[in-house]
Design a protein around this ligand. Sequence first.
Ligand SMILES: *[C@@H]1O[C@H](CO)[C@@H](O)[C@H](O)[C@H]1NC(C)=O
Ligand SMILES: *[C@@H]1O[C@H](CO)[C@@H](O)[C@H](O)[C@H]1NC(C)=O
Ligand SMILES: *[C@@H]1O[C@H](CO)[C@@H](O)[C@H](O)[C@H]1NC(C)=O
Ligand SMILES: *[C@@H]1O[C@H](CO)[C@@H](O)[C@H](O)[C@H]1NC(C)=O
Ligand SMILES: *[C@@H]1O[C@H](CO)[C@@H](O)[C@H](O)[C@H]1NC(C)=O
Ligand SMILES: *[C@@H]1O[C@H](CO)[C@@H](O)[C@H](O)[C@H]1NC(C)=O
Length: 680
Amino acid sequence: MGNLRSLNVLLLAIPLAFCSAPAGPWDAFNFAPASKTVWPTAVFHTEGSVTGADDLPGNKGAATLVGNGAWLALDFGLEVGGLISLNFDTVTPASSVNLAFTESSVFVRPDASDDGTQCTESMKYDGVFNIPAPLPSGPWTLPRASMRGGFRFLTIVSASDDPVTISNVSCSITFMPHVENLRDYAGYFYTNDSLSADADLLTKIWYAGAYTVQTNTVPGDSGRMWPLVPSPGWSTTGNLGVDGPIIVDGAKRDRTVWPGDMGIATPTQFVSTNDVIATRNALDVLFVDQEPNTGELYFVGPPIKGRGSDTYHAWTLVGARNYFMYTGDREWLDNLWTNYTKAVTFLTNKVDDSGLINITGLGDWARLGGGGHNAAGNAILYKVLTDAADLASHTDRTDEAAQYLAKAAALKEVYNTAFWDDAQGMYRDNPDTTLAAQDANSFAVLYNLTNTPDQATRVSEGLTKNWNDIGAVAPELPNTISPFASGFEIQAHFEAGQGERALDLIRREWGYMLSTNLSVQSTLIEGFTADGGIGYRSDTGYAGDLAYTSHAHGWSTGPTSALTFYLLGISLTAPQGAQWRFAPHTSGLPAAEGGFETPLGRFDVKWALAQDGSFTAELATPEGTEGVVDLANVVQTGTGPTRVLVDGQKVADGVGSPVSVAGGSRKVQIRSSTCAKKRK
Ligand SMILES: *[C@@H]1O[C@H](CO)[C@@H](O)[C@H](O)[C@H]1NC(C)=O
Ligand SMILES: *[C@@H]1O[C@H](CO)[C@@H](O)[C@H](O)[C@H]1NC(C)=O
Ligand SMILES: *[C@@H]1O[C@H](CO)[C@@H](O)[C@H](O)[C@H]1NC(C)=O
Ligand SMILES: *[C@@H]1O[C@H](CO)[C@@H](O)[C@H](O)[C@H]1NC(C)=O
Ligand SMILES: *[C@@H]1O[C@H](CO)[C@@H](O)[C@H](O)[C@H]1NC(C)=O
Ligand SMILES: *[C@@H]1O[C@H](CO)[C@@H](O)[C@H](O)[C@H]1NC(C)=O
């Protein structure tokens, strides 16, 4: 009885805790499948004697493969991951079948999968999954240990001379194990991008990011096995942490917790599914193994477990602050506070006489040249210190907040002396180089290490020198376009008031990723070469990275949160959004709509900018919250109107100064000044 009663409470609580996004035209761009069982949508290729292949998509009938080596490749139409089931309709005692999986169509082949396990010269490490003779007659399901976490194409190969007839080939999706309806998002986003050839491009990119992070949210016992066994082959049985579901770096690989990646993936998760429990589980596993003396955290979770990255250590701390802002989970933070502050001290202990941190734990996102007095590492430390101050101030730890702020201020001063290169108008990567890194310069603007708006303007302009037609080539990782680093760059452009530039980079880089037929055209690739090839990092000695590259990497989803926080303009300034900010960056677009939820309720926004420069925004935020409306980045054509109204009442004469408003339903407008008209 007691159990039943608590079940009732739980059922009642669910609708209150989770408010789905409203339905609308944006739903057409949600990549998540409607069912957790999916069937292929097309035949990609057949070879040898194969009949009936076209009946497998949509489960219309059976296909027969005759002879050793005959094969067919099925296309699921988008990235999926999970357990294959199929029916063996007709087999002989000798019939045998191999299965091969790949994300990119480039690696569709009968003798190997793409590589999730190890990058090798041969690019055939994972091999095939053999279903040996005698095959069962009737239904068969891939064993759980050999589950394939990320793929779009499934190749089925006859591995004996005898014919085999199969039907009903499907995939049972294993990501988001705790959610039945994958399409039921808490957040949404929509804009009509009239400046793109494809007016839906930005909306698609937002949803591609959201779906990518869903494919990275996995059961706690489904990590990539480490050490790598079997060899060759793969095993999806790694224990990822204290609990699942848990967020990992990629669907195919590494399928391991990486906190740097979460620096982008967690905000994506918050604005789309609000499924941040997966982030909490990932943070917990990093903190629970904190080194008791030094305070150092693992920079990668189990089963890999490694120490030796100061920046990824720092990203776990950034993750803790993100999680607390989105949830206000005070019990969790209080329980963690000793470990958290000890981990901050681990970093500040590395600040030497120069006032800068000497980065000695060199592991990072694959960039080169990150050690010593490095600009990116120091910028992340600044972010950690300001985050720590913010967390302390929201939890009545006033003295600690002041101490962290003082440390941050001192670091900011030294940072500008050590790294600002006035001739370039950029921050140099180390005191003894002129290389201006994409990540460091993006962090410097985003985290407000700049002293003046002019510095931010110059850095934003300077970053465009790295661009080509399909993205920003990172100087700190030659010949490479890193959507991870670019995810911070787009935020930096917004922060610098350059929304149109941010959208320009999103359209180039994410537009390319989503459309190139090298990709899965649904989830987002980990990185690519400057000319658009998929040999991510192949210039830096990672042989075999072609097939190893992940095509569903949460760190590549920067636009999802950036479009919500900056373009739409709604973001949190206190835990759960008890305080919030509405600061839209119109960025050349006529309208945008979207929202998200927190434990306090929904935050929804719809704005439109008319050609005469008048602007209207409908804001719905929870009653009892407090907001600031800042319209400085509503870019009007010509000398647009400048009278700001809230619910019809004039609150300001110009768009320059932010105004405070109470939560609830508000109408914010910019209208012509009637007084000005009268004077004319
Ligand atoms: C097809 O496969 C699905 C998923 O395994 C299963 O639920 C269904 O019963 C199968 N249908 C037939 C006709 O075998
Ligand atoms: C998007 O904008 C274009 C150009 O302004 C317009 O022609 C089109 O009808 C709009 N589409 C939608 C769905 O509103
Ligand atoms: C803090 O770190 C210690 C090990 O140093 C660990 O035993 C403990 O569980 C950690 N606490 C939390 C809340 O993670
Ligand atoms: C950073 O620390 C390492 C190890 O102690 C040392 O070798 C290196 O010279 C230091 N770098 C700088 C810039 O001081
Ligand atoms: C950024 O730094 C400037 C000057 O250093 C300061 O005036 C400003 O308040 C800071 N902005 C934010 C959002 O903290
Ligand atoms: C991908 O696109 C290129 C260029 O448009 C084309 O040559 C190639 O055949 C396409 N590949 C596939 C697998 O569709």
